[in-house]
Write a protein that binds this ligand. Structure first.
Ligand SMILES: [Zn+2]
Length: 87
């Protein structure tokens, strides 16, 4: 296994690490439901984006596997019923 040729001083280690800090995710508030959302993105809670509400099909993530399609549809039905009750 390779070994470091020279010892890293504490200052050089810290200098390198000065760029490794993570910055917090900047969010804006949704004008419709007032929940935090990513800027320039549709709201993940209500689907609101630039004066329009996106239909549910667009909001579903594409990474869902085809085998789990039925589970997803069942879940969507449950959520739709919940929303109907709330309104
Ligand atoms: Zn929203």
């Amino acid at each position: 296994m390779a070994t470091p040729t020279q010892r890293r001083t504490s200052s050089s280690r810290k200098r390198r690490a000065s760029h490794a800090a993570l910055s917090p995710i900047r969010t804006t508030t949704c004008p419709k439901c007032k929940k935090p959302k990513l800027p320039h993105h549709a709201c993940s809670f209500c689907g609101y984006h630039h004066k329009t509400t996106l239909p549910k099909k667009v909001r579903v993530k594409k990474s869902v596997k085809p085998g789990k399609d039925r589970e997803r549809k069942d879940r969507e039905k449950k959520e739709a019923k919940k929303q109907e009750k709330q309104v």
